[in-house]
Design a binder for this molecule. Structure first.
Ligand SMILES: [Zn+2]
Length: 600
């Protein structure tokens, strides 16, 4: 557990609170509660009035609401950070639930505001949103109203909300708990060991083909054993989603997701068809990978096999230098912000029992600064994770000026700075490790990451579309029928380069995205292709690109993504736009081919 050079790299959360027993936590919560009560008393019944509220009245209300919301959330953010840093400390769990409960209580006084704002007549709301005095909150005000046509009456909303606990939410939890408890009988070396899904999936990255094949068989068996129940959950939630869309007057089952993402159906369809036109890039790479692995025919369980087992290790000091260097070379100001993260202890990188796995950057609250958590294990891959999270950190740091209500972006652009920052660091790593064998391994890793976020997510979305369509046309579906839809969605991309076994047909059964947030997946493809296009713009425009890019990050979620991106000369509504990123992926495969030729 302690075998990492990041030992001792711990964050300092004292900019939020001194500790879990800091009396200011309860003082902030009590104060926010008091302010919320006063806010309700002063504003209830005064927003949804004939002609709409006076602009100054609305402005003052928004300022107070934003300020007290931030005060309310500060303790919750702190609680989630101390909990992530040490989840097995009971006091941390208790603090987390205490702040959550208090938040729900405070929120009860605030819900009226949104409901009243939506009731203001369209013409009055448009006039207010356009008022220069309210300019800072324009997008926030407009976004709230974008959902107006889809709201039901207040009593109907209350019934839906209440029944969802024993309806949709219960099925989601049943799915999560079933997949978490699911055991896959992994056969290896003459004995069988039951393994959870996550552990089995990690065995698909094993250099030994026998291990990968056994893992694939074990996963299939684990899913088959639970197929009846999981299929029923899928059938139920797909139908539930459709009835929700019908009740809320959406004209397509993707409608709610598009609205939340502030994107049109046409843009998403253009992105997906462009990606599908480039599927040959995927096959070209896997032909190369087959050669590198020395395999005549690749099967589904070979896709994640490592092309090189022994990448050099990278200690924390070196990682810091690489990442700081890559951001500084992009822009000295950005580099200075990244240095602050290290120097002022906003990063928690050491390995520690009880610490949450994975990595994240929390924006915390705009009046403080972001915090980053990762588990640094001295692998080159961790350097990319550090660069990724610092990209989020830079974005969050710069967008604080947009304020608490508008600093966050929708899903589609949330990964912009992280993936861009990863790309900067990736390019630096390619220079630092000039040896062709290492460069090739790094490049293959980057290509496979890109494929997982672009090609795979488009396939997942196509499958999801066909699933919702089939459920509507044919009624309740059997596992076998859904297996066929899954295979049909996957087959065109893999062609005969990666042969999909019958077992693979079952592998939709554990994917939580379909259950948690319908049509979540295309946002990944959007984000990745957007960044690859931005990388190309940076290559073409050089330093002229930099201020426009930083301005984009500083804008946060203060306008719709296509509006903010237009300022960089990026037009996501142009179907040809997606070609830029897809061609860059193709170029990366060509680079891998020529590196491999050098090595042969
Ligand atoms: Zn991310």
């Amino acid at each position: 557990m302690s075998a990492s050079t990041a030992a001792g790299v711990v964050w300092d959360l004292s900019d939020l609170y001194r500790g879990p027993d800091d009396p200011r936590i309860d003082r902030d919560l009590a104060s926010a509660h008091e302010r919320a009560r006063a806010f309700e008393a002063a504003h209830r019944g005064k927003v949804a009035v004939a002609g709409g509220p006076a602009p100054d009245f609305l402005l003052n209300a928004l300022k107070e609401l934003e300020s007290l919301s931030e005060q309310m959330d500060r303790s919750g953010v702190y609680a989630s950070l101390v909990h992530a840093a040490k989840t097995d400390e009971p006091a941390h769990g208790a603090l987390l639930s205490r702040t959550r409960e208090k938040r729900t209580e405070i929120n009860k006084h605030l819900i009226f505001f949104d409901l009243e704002w939506v009731q203001v007549a369209d013409a009055d709301a448009a006039r207010l949103a356009a008022d220069p005095r309210l300019a800072r909150y324009r997008h926030f005000l407009e976004q709230k109203r974008a959902w107006k046509p889809h709201y039901l009456s207040e009593p109907e909303e209350k019934v839906l909300e209440e029944k969802s606990v024993t309806g949709r939410a219960a099925f989601v939890r049943l799915f999560d708990e079933t997949v978490a408890a699911l055991r896959c009988p992994f056969e290896h070396g003459g004995h069988t060991e039951p393994m959870p899904v996550q552990q089995i999936l990690s065995k698909l990255y094993d250099p030994d083909r026998g291990v990968r094949r056994s893992a694939a068989a074990a996963l299939t068996q684990g899913l088959r054993d639970n197929a009846r129940l999981l299929t029923f959950v899928f059938n139920t939630l797909v139908l539930d989603h459709r009835s929700d869309c019908t009740l809320r007057r959406f004209d397509s089952v993707m409608g709610p997701r598009h609205l939340a993402n502030e994107i049109s159906d046409a843009v998403v369809e253009a992105l997906m068809t462009a990606t599908e036109r480039h599927q040959e890039t995927f096959r070209r790479y896997y032909r190369l990978k087959g050669r590198l692995l020395g395999l005549d025919q690749l099967y589904d369980y070979d896709r994640y096999a490592p092309v090189s087992g022994d990448l050099p290790s990278c200690d924390w000091a070196m990682a810091r230098e690489i990442v700081e260097g890559s951001y500084t070379a992009f822009d000295p100001k950005a580099g200075a912000i990244i240095r602050e993260f290290f120097a002022r202890h906003w990063i928690d990188a050491e390995l520690r029992p009880g610490k949450r796995g994975g990595a994240f950057s929390s924006s915390a609250v705009p009046s403080v600064h972001p915090y980053i958590l990762l588990n640094y294990t001295d692998k080159v891959r961790d350097v990319m994770t550090l660069a990724h999270e610092l990209g989020h950190g830079l974005h969050q740091y710069l967008s604080r000026g947009a304020g608490y209500f508008q600093c966050d972006t929708p899903l589609t652009t949330a990964e912009t700075a992280s993936v861009f920052g990863e790309m900067l660091t990736f390019r630096r790593l390619q220079v630092l490790y000039p040896e062709p064998r290492v460069r090739l391994a790094l490049l293959c890793g980057k290509i496979e990451d890109g494929f997982a976020t672009v090609f795979r997510q488009v396939v997942l979305t196509r499958f999801e579309q066909s699933l919702h369509r089939a459920r509507e046309e044919r009624g309740e579906l059997t596992t076998e029928q859904i297996n066929e839809l899954w295979t049909a969605a996957n087959a065109p991309m893999h062609g005969d380069v990666v042969r999909l076994t019958d077992d693979y047909g079952w592998w939709w059964l554990y994917i939580g995205h379909f259950i948690h947030v319908p049509f979540y997946c295309y946002a990944y493809a959007f984000g990745e292709l957007l960044v690859l296009a931005l990388v190309q713009k940076y290559t073409q425009e050089g330093s002229a690109f930099v201020p426009k890019y930083l301005e984009l990050l500083a804008s946060g979620g203060s306008d719709a993504p296509h509006v903010l991106l237009a300022k960089l000369g990026v037009d996501v509504t142009d179907p040809a736009f997606w070609e830029l990123g897809l061609r860059l992926l193709g170029d990366m495969v060509s680079d891998a081919e020529s590196l491999a030729a050098q090595l042969a």
